[in-house]
Structure formats: C-alpha cells, structure tokens
Design a binder for this molecule. Structure first.
Ligand code: HPA
Length: 271
C-alpha cells in the first residue's frame, strides 16, 4: 500500500469507530441527492483527509459519507476529480486506492452522460454494460505507484453480470425502466462534436461522458467488483439540435437523482 494511502486510511479509520464499509458509491455530477439515502451518516470533507484530492467542479460536493443503507454498510464519495480539470490520472484514481484500503469489495459508480443511442431520453438511467476508453490515458501506465510494475489487466468482465442482474431485478420490482449500453469516456471539457458522436455510435457507444473509466480500471486492478450507472442528462451533440450546457446536465441529474436513490436502495437490498 502506498504510504499516502495508508495515511488516508488511518485517518478515516480513526473517525470510523470500527465501521467497515462493504460497498462504495462514487456519485457524479448533480447526483448528490443520493447522499440523502444514508441514515445519519458520518460526513468527512475530502479536505480533511490527508492526501485526498479536493473536488472543485460546481455540482460536486467533495465529501465522504459513511452510513447504513438497506442494511448494507456504505461509503458514498460525493464528488470526484476529472482529467479535464488538469488533474493527473493518479489523482483521479486516488479515492479508489482508499476505498480498497478500507476493505471494500463492491464499487458502484454513477455519472452523467450524453445519450447517443437514439432511443434514449434525458432523465433515463443506463446500466453500463461495458466501456470504451477514449481518454488517451490509463491509470496503470508505468505501474500503479510509478514503480514500473506494469500489469496487463484483463478487462473482459469489468461490469459483472452478477451486479448487473441485481440492478435489473431491483428496477423490475420498482417497475422502473432501465436502459443498458456502452459508455464511451472522452477527455472533455468541451462537449463532443456531432462528428465525434457519430463516430462513437459506429463504434458501439450508447452514451458519452467525461469520467468513470479511470476509477473503474483501478477498481478492477484491486479486484473490486464494479457496477456502473449513467444518468442520461441530455442527448449528445448532433442527436438533438439543442445546445449543450453544464447547467442542464446538473438540472436533469438532480431530477434523476430521486430515481437513482430508489434504484440503489433496491439494489443494495438485493446485494
Ligand atoms: N458529453 C460528455 N459528457 C457529458 C455529456 C455529454 O453530452 N452530458 C453529461 N456529461
């Protein structure tokens, strides 16, 4: 374990009084309402945790919550770093090392994404079946600690069937429509051109966003099981004539947050 991660872990454990989370949630843009899910959570601002990167984009709260949800011990990370902030990929995935250090074995990642699949509508939730990495970086380059210990990590069963089936079952019980598809990650911060969106569609992408993939790769490195959910906040460029705005992304994300809360509750109950 990296010395910095060990210090983050020891700080958190000193606050947690023996509470050991089983599941970690990484909560994306405008989806912070999910935090309301937890019963009387212990809240720890990222800024208080030694070596922990601070979130800085509007709509990203920058705090960690620990508490019970649907009988499961959960930690929720509200706010994440993005590569488009100029952050190094090592910093983007730092929270995943911390999650791993606490012994968590299941990671749920949520994000906001533009819909590429023509059947998708803003407000839809999409279960991520697989991803395409267009970020141009990978957190395993050069070895995780920059130690040159390069691993050729298998990514063929990244978003496990076990967790996807549990989410699908929870959605069915709630009679909540759930999309499924492939998430393409781009660097941003500019949104895509219509030509890029067309190219991603040809490649098999159903949604496009600017996050998640580095954290998911690092989670798989640590052998943490991953579930991914995208909130389709808008139709991607060229799919609709509408201009894209971050405000709209946050607004629709907030609206979809309620649905996401119900869904996660059902999922965690089934887990
Ligand atoms: N493109 C990229 N990232 C996004 C989008 C989009 O259309 N919507 C929300 N995040």
């Amino acid at each position: 374990m990296m010395a910095t991660v060990k210090e983050s872990k020891e700080f958190l454990e000193s606050k947690l009084a023996g509470f050991k989370p089983d599941v970690a949630l990484i909560i994306g843009s405008g989806l912070n309402g999910v935090a309301a899910l937890l019963d009387k959570p212990l809240t720890i601002p990222y800024a208080d945790i030694p070596h922990f990167p601070k979130a800085s984009v509007p709509g990203h709260a920058g705090q960690m919550l620990f508490g019970e949800l649907a009988g499961k011990k959960v930690m929720a990370l509200c706010g994440r770093k993005h590569l488009y902030e100029g952050t190094s990929v090592a910093e983007v995935v730092y929270p995943v090392h911390v999650v791993d250090s606490l012994g968590v074995k299941v990671l749920v990642v949520t994000n906001a994404a533009g819909g590429i699949n023509p059947q998708f509508n803003p407000g839809d939730l999409m279960i991520i079946e697989d991803h395409i990495n267009h970020l141009g970086v990978n957190p395993l380059v050069g070895g995780v600690n920059g130690d040159g210990d390069v691993r050729f990590l298998d990514m063929s069963t990244t978003y496990t069937t076990r967790l996807r089936e549990k989410l699908e079952k929870a959605a069915e019980e709630l009679q909540m429509p759930l999309r499924r598809g492939v998430y393409a990650a781009t660097l941003g911060p500019s949104y895509e051109t219509p030509a890029e969106v067309k190219a991603f569609a040809w490649q098999g992408a159903d949604a496009v966003g600017m996050s998640t993939v580095p954290e998911v790769i690092m989670a798989r490195y640590h052998n943490i099981e991953v579930l991914g959910i995208s909130c389709i906040t808008n139709l991607a460029a060229g799919i609709s004539a509408k201009k894209l705005s971050h405000e709209e992304v946050l607004e629709v994300g907030k609206g979809a947050g309620d649905k996401l809360i119900k869904l996660l509750n059902g999922f965690l109950t089934a887990l």
